[in-house]
Design a protein around this ligand. Structure first.
Ligand code: TRP
Length: 336
């Protein structure tokens, strides 16, 4: 498992409810593909999730569901370290130390902090502002060289690098400074079906804008039938002039593996209606086995419990090593 020849790669997803096909294509699906090339460490980021208000029972459910989804999407607990963030105390402990070298100015300038503060104006809390420091701790504890991130997390990764460099300069070489990992086929940015100028998001006020990993076949097809397109009738990839059709072609490509030119050829001369149904069917057919496997896993609580326990133990060991080093460098007396 922990192969010293391989670089370590870290990523995490928040258990904040529905996972869209955009999250799947842009992130989760690729996690499985990286497992042979890297030492992969994947977490369910429940500590991050409570920076916005959560219902306790719902958070518990979502955490278990995301664990099951990760495995159903191909993350193999025998190959990768897969764990729940709050099960590993070093994340909070390192956050405290990194807080002492993070500046309120740089944290309050983070785009996501500003967006979330505006969206949750009744709950602008310190955790929301500290979110990127916790994220830096996630990454730095595992000495991850690589972090697959989408555009929305680039700024947080930049801050992680800044904090790592700042700490290393002040206390001596301690942390690997991580790089973003750009996925080979990640041109696939999935846009809203209701407004293809916006990224697909589960917080879209229009539920037809996004498809979730749990949507059944009828729902998926209904949402694709309603997808916004344009007035000319060509099925052609042209994101600037035909963002709706281009988004559907991207999704079709992502779920069938057919190239965009192949897809264009397949639908040449056909109508938008037929094309939309074909995309919906391709997506629904790809989701069905994942949904079945996820349901099977959720029915096997003992297995999921074992996976979480083993993952937490592995993560504990790796993270403890880094944290001990940090504690020594900052001048804490050895406690044991
Ligand atoms: N903030 C990330 C998101 O919402 C989730 C996350 C938490 C993460 N810790 C991380 C991603 C560490 C990459 C690395 O998408």
């Amino acid at each position: 498992m922990a192969d010293t020849e391989k670089k370590s790669l870290f990523s995490a997803v928040q258990p904040s409810g529905a996972v869209t096909i955009g999250n799947y294509i842009g992130a989760i699906r690729n996690f499985a593909k990286l497992q042979d090339e890297f030492n992969c460490i994947y977490a369910v980021a429940d500590l991050h999730a409570i920076t916005v208000r959560q219902e306790a029972a719902v958070l518990r459910r979502n955490t278990l569901e995301l664990m099951a989804l990760f495995i159903a999407c191909g993350i193999d607990p025998a190959k990768s370290v897969l764990f729940v963030q709050s099960h590993v105390p070093a994340h909070c402990e390192l956050t405290w130390v990194l807080n002492t070298i993070a500046y309120p100015g740089e944290l309050s300038r983070m785009t996501q902090f500003k967006d979330k503060s505006a969206r949750h104006a009744d709950n602008v809390n310190m955790g929301l502002m500290d979110y990127p420091v916790l994220m830096a701790s996630d990454i730095l504890l595992y000495q991850a060289a690589l972090v697959p991130v989408g555009a929305d997390q680039k700024q947080h990764l930049e801050l992680t690098r800044d904090l790592a460099i700042r700490f290393n300069n002040r206390y001596g070489q301690t942390f690997t400074v991580p790089d973003g990992y750009i996925l080979k086929d990640s041109g696939a940015r999935v846009m809203s079906l209701a407004d293809p100028s916006k990224k697909m998001s589960k917080s879209d006020e229009n539920p037809n804008g996004f498809v979730t990993m749990g949507d059944d076949k009828d729902t998926v097809i209904r949402k694709f039938k309603r997808a916004v397109t344009d007035s000319d009738a060509d099925i052609r990839y042209d994101p600037e002039h035909k963002p709706g059709i281009s988004n559907l072609l991207t999704i079709y490509h992502a779920f069938t593996g057919k190239s965009i030119p192949e897809a264009e050829a397949e639908f040449a001369g056909k109508g938008y209606g037929e094309f939309k149904i074909a995309v919906g069917e391709a997506v629904a057919d790809a989701l069905a086995p994942i949904q079945a496997e996820k349901a099977r896993l959720l029915a096997d609580k003992a297995y999921l419990g074992e996976v979480m326990k083993k993952g937490a133990e592995q993560a504990f060991r790796i993270s403890r090593k880094t944290l001990s080093k940090v504690y020594r460098k900052v001048g804490f007396l050895a406690g044991e």
